[in-house]
Write a protein that binds this ligand. Sequence first.
Ligand code: 5RP
Length: 220
Amino acid sequence: MEKKTPLIAPSLLAANFLEIGKDVNMINNSEADWLHLDVMDGRFVPNISFGLPVIAAVTKISTKVNDVHLMIEEPEKYAEAFAKAGANILTVHIEACRHLHRNIQQIKGLGMKAGVALNPHTSVSQLENIIADLDLVLVMSVNPGFGGQHFIEKTYEKIRQVKALINQSGSKALIEVDGGVTLDNSKAVIAAGADVLVAGNTVFSAKDPVEMIRALKHNS
Ligand SMILES: O=C(CO)[C@H](O)[C@H](O)COP(=O)(O)O
């Protein structure tokens, strides 16, 4: 079978926040492709992470694609501010958007790539009328809100369903998988159709995070 090299997006949620610049530079000097930045508001998810000032500081030194995952209500209120803070990709949750098409147009109009994230319970069929407009589909493989959770096995089937929808529709969207990704399951995640792997604890709790990023990238 053809070897597929995924894009790797280490999640800063698992970094050492006392030495955040050091961790961003570690990612800069690794084979990572994207820097994944998780924003949580304590409303859409039961946790609060970091917000605009932290992202503006991080993107000043990041040399990777800044991939911002908004786990927040009313993301349309903040899209412009995230563009100004240096986001290159902005992903909103389908469950948080009442006017998803408008939200996607807004993100693209601000010069960013647009992604939509699906919680584990959300059906792929909900993407049917929006898939052609998307640059990215983020498949959550844990319930959002916390790092370090176990990968939900049903996600493999969901990735295959998203892939089939993308192929059917002629969409160019990439599939990103987020939550509980490890060196053990990454091969199967890629085989199911993922293009981008988010990894938080797997990278930051590794003895050698740069080597772990390399291993994830070349493990398929
Ligand atoms: O979106 C997230 C949590 O809501 C994180 O990006 C995700 O959980 C990654 O962390 P880990 O790889 O440790 O599971």
